[in-house]
Design a protein around this ligand. Structure first.
Ligand code: IMP
Length: 196
């Protein structure tokens, strides 16, 4: 069987682990570290789509290989879609996941509507052409964080259809609901039609 190599344009090891649990043989995910690329990929744009495109095109320029990136945001409805594209830097540059969670819980105090969604946009560059795929996971933000798995906002996000936060789930359980999984399944279906 032909192996399909794809460079994944991220420095986030949590994302690499999740993507590798989804993209299995015949796909082979090459990380930036594997490819010997040590750069901070810019995310300067106002939309997830534009940031995902920027990341994949940056890495495509460097490697000239088929590659993909993803950009994800947590969109909270009563906060007009915040933190959205700013999810990584919600509490400011140089702040950590816990600071971001604390700010989110603070902003939601007293708000009855705690519904939210994670939205992932994957940008694939395949044979020099770009294709976008989107995955959404709907759920709600809980008042007190729970669980220690995963990353980012996982301890405060409970997906619809579960009582557990993402941080209380194994990776396989999270993948049953996850935005990232949904987007990557579309990428897989697309590539299967192209090459398998
Ligand atoms: P980016 O796609 O690297 O810009 O990620 C934005 C931020 O969203 C991350 O730093 C995390 O805080 C958060 N995030 C992205 N994906 C997830 C997830 O699956 N669970 C929890 N938080 C996430």
């Amino acid at each position: 069987m032909e192996i399909i190599e794809l460079v994944f344009a991220t420095n986030n090891q949590n994302k690499v682990n999740e993507i590798r649990s989804i993209l299995q043989t015949p796909f082979h995910v090459i990380t930036l570290k594997d490819a010997g690329i040590d750069i901070d990929i810019p995310e300067p744009h106002a939309t997830l789509e534009a940031n995902a495109s920027e990341k994949s095109s940056t890495i495509h320029r460097i490697t000239n290989m088929n590659c993909f990136s993803e950009d994800t945001g947590l969109e909270v409805f009563s906060l007009n879609g915040e933190p959205g594209v700013k999810s990584a830097r919600y509490a400011g540059e140089g702040r950590n996941f816990q600071d971001n969670i604390n700010l989110l819980i603070e902003k939601l105090k007293g708000k009855p509507d705690r519904t939210a969604q994670f939205r992932t946009v994957v940008s694939l560059i395949w044979n020099n052409q770009e294709f976008l795929f989107t995955g959404i996971c709907k759920g709600r933000i809980i008042e007190i964080q729970k669980g220690s798995e995963g990353f980012g906002y996982d301890p405060v996000f409970v997906p619809d259809g579960s009582d557990k936060s993402f941080a209380e789930m194994t990776m396989d359980e999270k993948n049953k609901f996850s935005h990232r999984k949904k987007a990557v399944v579309q990428l897989i279906e697309f590539l299967k039609q192209k090459v398998l």
